[in-house]
Design a protein. Structure first.
Length: 751
């Protein structure tokens, strides 16, 4: 009875608290709205246009022309200024010397850390751990805010199915569900739950939308995304970002079927504001408004401005088509006053929400707070959880400390390169490289170092001799290769994604010593390492692991940590297989292992149809090198006893998926359990499977646990033949396991 009473009282309290909270929020937002309206009423057209203008910072100074522009209220935001004194001066002029005292927002690309660098986003995604990702972004926000940055252009949640595209490094991989969950975690980490907190940084969901589908993986290229795929694959992470409370969006560089994202009213008005009710603001990408001239979508700057503002871009980054033309466009009736007011209203609202009017300055006690021990520890844990063990023959790993290691390769001691792309502020003097960490752990005597190649692109073999000598003296070779950070990221697409330079030759030469060889790859993308992996006894994919990458790697190599990352993207065997993603359609002639003949085994003059007519390559087959979700551990996990709570579900019900997960190996470890679903028949054909739930679980050696994951039936919705988002009744199959090839399966239906 007492218990019941307690529960009822608690429920009432929660209800009252919730109601108060809601009232507070409502009051807060209505008082912000009235402040915005009052301010807007006071503004001249020039001041309004000023709010819509974002310029590049002057690098630690406030030149006279910038001072004048700030005094006249002609700047809404500045990017790439990270000097506290300059920022405080910028704010002082804006707040104290401009007519209406509107502060600017200072923006920066804080993509995977600020001074303390976390793994590249694709690496973080391999942790499948929203908590650790959120914490990393909270730390990045605190460091950035202590430098005056209050707005980051992250997360990048473009679905990326093409490893040639350099910006896959910045993405969270190929899957809409994983990207949605992890992108939302990033937003929560950056923004926190109180935007007025001086350590909170507002987030920006980018690039809206479809940028990751750049044709052929060539950056900035056109994208051809059928409407259904746009809505079912590319847009869900952006919807999740809105649900997570993201305050800004960035429009992309790309055109979708001829309409540049920055001039795309359907995306920014109908979907973002209309359907999703987003009330933050949209910034263009760097000069992407102006680039609509190059696209052939605008004849000149004036038309570019007209297209961008009418399509829903509030603020123009870097180019000046708004400043130069909006007044004229208004006069001519090509842009309405209501459109301008709304654009400015949305910007001002965010500035009020951030508390910038009350606290525009970076206070002395919060300046330049970098690389605290707990930040470095978090970066190490993130790197540890992001590394993926792809191969481990004969338990080559972990290496016992009595062994001598020959540490070779162009990424073994590269404090800068291990940080990866987009590290404007990253401090490579903080980096712990694999060499430093292994020496620290094992003592200098046990680690015989010779890089063999100065950089990943070295094209000569002069360093091989020394490397081979070291290998001969050692018990095991650890080759740290990959690609330097500049080989991935924006504008750095590659058509050939093998290990660059003479790395393959060096690995082969090292293997000739007969010593066990561990290949560690640090890269910004999946590389085609299939053939060269044959020469390796173990393979660890470390991505660009950030500041603490070497320390995390050493822990994994030496068995102090058990690898647990899983691939957030399918690894192709050869580049010609791209695009290759696990959630493809079945086709009318799905690939069939029984009727595939390797090209070299096809007899001469074989009859046309004698060797199978299914969807595959005769040289590369139809399977990837490693499937989505794949990753090994030093222990083994076993899935069993899969059960669903029902056989038939209504559309508003929730599917409870339960299964047992046992650690049947010798070491405690984390497994990332994944649930995939296939809608067997639809009004349009459906993917062969789609990730719908996942969970990272820690299990002691010999232990077993029962896991229950929930999937709302509504999450099975897709855009049907009439482009309505619906769950179609019918039969479904579900799989549970450690990667996209999971076999443990059950069926259910939806009424
Ligand atoms: C990139 C954006 C970035 C912006 C500002 C552009 O080139 O596409 O992602 O936020 O620059 O640096």
């Amino acid at each position: 009875m007492k218990v019941l009473q307690h529960i009822i009282l608690t429920l009432i309290a929660v209800f009252i608290l919730g109601a108060c909270q809601q009232n507070n929020n409502q009051a807060n937002s209505s008082s912000i709205d009235s402040r915005v309206d009052a301010l807007l009423d006071e503004m001249t057209l020039e001041e309004k246009i000023g709010q819509m203008c974002q310029i590049n910072g002057a690098g630690g100074t406030v030149p006279e022309d910038l001072k004048t522009a700030l005094k006249e209220g002609r700047i809404g935001s500045i990017l790439n200024e990270v000097d506290v004194a300059a920022i405080n001066e910028i704010q002082r002029i804006s707040v104290e010397e401009s007519r209406l005292g509107v502060p600017v927002i200072i923006a920066r690309d804080v993509i995977h850390g600020f001074k303390t660098v976390f793994p590249i986003p694709l690496g973080q995604a391999a942790s499948w751990n929203p908590e650790i990702i959120q914490e990393g972004c909270r730390i990045a926000a605190a460091e950035a805010a202590s430098s005056g940055v209050r707005w980051t252009f992250a997360p990048m949640i473009d679905i990326s199915r093409d490893a040639r595209w350099g910006r896959i490094a910045e993405s969270l991989g190929e899957d809409p569900h994983l990207t949605s969950v992890l992108g939302a975690a990033m937003i929560k980490g950056f923004q926190g739950d109180d935007l007025t907190n001086p350590n909170s940084v507002i987030a920006c969901a980018k690039h809206f939308a479809g940028y990751g589908a750049a044709e052929g993986g060539r950056d900035y290229n056109s994208t051809l995304i059928p409407p259904r795929e746009l809505h079912d694959i590319y847009l869900p992470p952006f919807k999740a970002a809105v649900d997570a409370g993201v305050r800004t969006f960035m429009s992309g560089f790309n055109d979708i079927d001829g309409v540049p994202a920055t001039g795309n009213a359907y995306l920014m008005r109908d979907v973002l504001r209309g359907k999703w009710q987003f009330d933050g603001f949209v910034v263009s990408d760097w000069a992407s408004a102006w680039e609509m001239i190059n696209h052939g979508f605008a004849a000149d700057e004036k038309e570019a401005a007209q297209r961008a503002i009418n399509a829903g871009v509030n603020m123009e980054m870097a180019s000046t088509t708004y400043v130069d033309h909006i007044a004229e466009l208004l006069q001519e009736g090509q842009v309405s006053e209501a459109t301008i007011n709304q654009a400015v209203r949305e910007i001002l609202r965010v500035k009020f929400e951030m508390g910038l009017f009350e606290n525009p300055y970076i206070t002395e006690d919060n300046q330049y707070q970098f690389a605290k021990p707990e930040y470095l520890e978090a970066a190490k844990e993130a790197a540890t959880q992001s590394m993926v063990l792809l191969k481990n023959s004969e338990n080559t790993l972990p290496i016992t400390k009595d062994k001598k290691i020959a540490l070779v390769g162009p990424m073994a001691h590269q404090a800068y390169e291990q940080l990866g792309t987009w590290i404007f502020d990253g401090d490579s003097t903080l980096s712990v490289t694999p060499l430093m960490a292994l020496q620290q752990e094992m003592g200098d005597e046990q680690v015989l170092f010779a890089d063999g190649m100065a950089i990943s692109r070295t094209q000569h073999t002069k360093g091989f001799k020394k490397a081979i000598e070291q290998a001969k003296k050692a018990d095991v070779i650890v080759f740290c290769g990959g690609e330097e950070s500049i080989l991935s990221g924006e504008a750095h697409s590659r058509a050939d994604i093998d290990l660059p330079g003479v790395q393959n030759e060096l690995i082969k030469a090292l293997k000739q010593t007969g010593k066990p060889l561990v290949l560690v790859v640090m890269a910004g993308r999946p590389l085609t390492i299939g053939e060269i992996s044959e020469y390796a006894d173990a393979v660890i994919y470390a991505w660009h692991p950030g500041t603490m990458g070497g320390a995390a790697l050493a822990d994994i190599l030496l068995g102090k940590a058990n690898p647990s990352g899983k691939l957030p993207v399918t690894f192709p065997k050869v580049v010609g297989q791209i695009p290759m993603h696990y959630n493809h359609k079945n086709t009318g002639r799905p690939a069939n292992p029984h009727s595939w003949t390797q090209m070299y085994d096809i007899p001469v003059k074989a009859p046309q149809t004698s060797l199978g007519n299914e969807s595959h390559y005769i040289d590369a087959g139809f399977t990837p090198l490693y499937p989505f979700g794949y990753g090994l551990s030093y222990t083994s996990f076993e899935y069993a006893n899969l059960q669903l709570d029902k056989e038939v579900y209504g559309k508003d019900e929730t599917i409870k998926v339960s299964f047992e997960l046992a650690n049947i190996g010798e070491m405690a470890g984390d497994e990332i359990a994944q649930v995939y679903v296939r809608d067997l028949v639809g009004s349009v054909s459906r993917p062969v499977k789609e990730l719908k739930a996942f969970k990272r679980v820690s299990i002691e050696s010999g232990d077993k646990t029962t896991i229950t994951l929930e999937i709302a039936v509504q999450d099975l919705a897709f855009h049907n033949i009439d482009m309505a988002e619906v769950v179609e009744p019918g039969d479904f199959q579900l799989w549970v396991g450690g990667d996209a090839n999971a076999e443990l399966s059950a069926s259910f239906s939806v009424q």
